[in-house]
Ligand binder design. Structure first.
Ligand code: SF4
Ligand code: SF4
Length: 214
């Protein structure tokens, strides 16, 4: 085991362990949306889990770091918070913040991270850009809300773990990227009706079982 210091707290980890995961397991919170312990390599897509490592400049996404020695980590520096706030504001600029009717309200990772970083969910200076489609209802069991989706990829990952054939995938590029389902109505109804792991792992309210949709 290796001893490392995170914000003046000494913790232990196996050499090669994932830094973000080690911190979270040790009770040290670092904002994150796309991290799953099992996902390797880490997608590093949400750009929230920045930390500073002494001897390394600039801050790095902690999900991409393997622990290599007695590192000195700082999770709460001005540079780290600046980067995290920018990443969150970017996400909020394409997010339809309408929490009251959203099934994720009060158990939403975006709300939690915004609170942690002391950012309002509706910053006044933010220029909004929303997709035209509010909800995609083609799936027999699930409704998909593109303007709530943070494109974390967790649903696509768990779907691939559960089924021999993936039923979900990303489609489109850049601002138009969405999660899409394929496989045909009968196949998806059979496979998804008993599963819904994607909806359970979604950190926001983007994939909602039809019975719970608003
Ligand atoms: S996903 Fe979260 S932040 Fe977005 S509308 Fe739903 S509760 Fe609000
Ligand atoms: S639907 Fe949910 S789990 Fe899937 S990519 Fe969007 S936010 Fe992530």
């Amino acid at each position: 085991m290796i001893k490392l210091t995170v914000d003046n707290t000494e913790i232990e980890a196996e050499p090669g362990a994932n830094l973000l995961h080690t911190c979270l397991e040790s009770g040290i919170y670092i904002p994150n949306l796309c991290h799953l312990k099992e996902m390797s390599p880490a997608p590093a897509s949400c750009r929230l889990c920045f930390v500073e490592i002494e001897g390394m400049d600039p801050p790095v996404a902690s999900c991409t770091i393997r622990i290599w020695g007695s590192m000195q980590i700082h999770t709460d520096t001005p540079a780290v918070r600046r980067l995290q706030k920018s990443a969150l504001q970017l996400l909020l600029s394409v997010h339809d913040v309408d929490c009251k009717p959203c099934p994720a309200n009060r158990k939403c990772a975006l709300q939690d991270i915004a609170k942690f970083l002391k950012i309002g969910l509706k910053p006044k200076h933010l220029q909004k850009q929303l997709k035209e489609t509010r909800v995609v209802e083609e799936h027999p069991c699930l409704d998909y809300y593109p303007n709530r989706c943070v494109l974390c990829g967790k649903c696509v990952y768990v779907c691939r773990q559960q089924h021999d054939l993936p039923m979900l995938a990303f489609a489109g590029r850049g601002f138009d990227t969405v999660v899409t389902a394929f496989g045909g109505a009968k196949k998806t109804r059979d496979a998804c009706g008993l599963c819904l792991a994607c909806s359970a792992i979604c950190p926001v309210g983007a994939l909602i079982p039809k019975a719970e949709a608003t």
